[in-house]
Design a protein around this ligand. Structure first.
Ligand SMILES: Nc1nc2c(ncn2[C@@H]2O[C@H](COP(=O)(O)OP(=O)(O)OP(=O)(O)O)[C@@H](O)[C@H]2O)c(=O)[nH]1
Ligand SMILES: [Mg+2]
Length: 223
């Protein structure tokens, strides 16, 4: 705000854009929620993003809900993400419902080695449409892409489902870190662009951004 006061040389339009960005950065923390069945890797995904480490060993299911903060840089501006890590187990569902309406972005994960986690995505999306804000940013993620030999869901199946619902899609690995940071950066960029978008500027396309930035699974990649 102080900066706005000193930017009197700017036109009113530029000033208003400047203020909106500053307001967004100073007051608003982006709330991102991780959703999906138990054991798809939500907690590992968050730990990989936050600490750059992989939680190997015994699986400890999340109880209720947990959160971590991380500041990321989007187009040279610092943005604070508050990430809610929900429990995938059915018995905690009523706890997580209460948090949906505050979320600005939802990362919905399935496990590429678990057909049931993929089949449940439709039910998750139904639940999201029931409880979340209408303009929430949703991204579908096929996690554990490092487990090439155990894969049961083809990348094309994930892509097809995402297209059906009009949401962006990527395969990720909480183990190797592939596409983990990109998922958070893409939603942060989308939300930042929504407030700072100038009318004459081309609209930020999250789908295109992801397509251009993601590391693809393939025969010769390291996924
Ligand atoms: N190979 C591999 N294993 C993973 C990956 N992500 C998670 N895992 C393993 O999958 C298991 C479940 O991971 P969690 O992150 O605890 O699962 P969750 O989705 O948080 O489960 P809930 O808390 O019950 O909802 C753990 O044994 C992890 O080590 C991944 O990307 N690759
Ligand atoms: Mg967990």
């Amino acid at each position: 705000v102080a900066k706005c006061m000193h930017t009197l040389t700017l036109s009113m339009e530029e000033l208003s854009i400047h203020c909106r960005i500053l307001w967004f950065l100073s007051l608003q923390t982006i709330l991102v929620m991780l959703l999906g069945d138990s054991a798809v890797g939500k907690t590992c995904f968050l730990v990989q993003f936050k600490d750059g480490a992989f939680l190997a060993g015994n699986f400890i299911a999340t109880v209720g809900i947990d959160f971590r903060n991380k500041v990321v840089t989007v187009d040279n501006l610092k943005v604070k993400l508050q990430i809610w890590d929900t429990a995938g187990q059915e018995r905690f569902r009523s706890v997580t419902h209460a948090y949906y309406r505050d979320a600005q972005a939802l990362l919905l994960l399935y496990d590429i080695t678990s057909k049931s986690s993929f089949d449940n995505i439709r039910a998750w999306l139904t639940e999201i449409h029931e409880y979340a804000q209408k303009d929430v940013v949703i991204m579908l993620l096929g996690n554990k892409s490092d487990m090439v030999h155990e894969r049961v869901i083809k990348q094309e199946e994930g892509q097809k489902l995402a297209r059906e619902y009009g949401v962006p899609f990527m395969e990720t690995s909480a183990k190797t870190g592939v596409n983990v940071e990109l998922a958070f950066l893409a939603v942060a960029k989308e939300l930042k662009q929504r407030v700072s978008q100038q009318p004459n500027e081309p609209k930020f396309q999250i789908h295109e951004y992801i397509e251009s930035q993601k590391q693809k699974s393939g025969c010769c990649g390291f996924m």
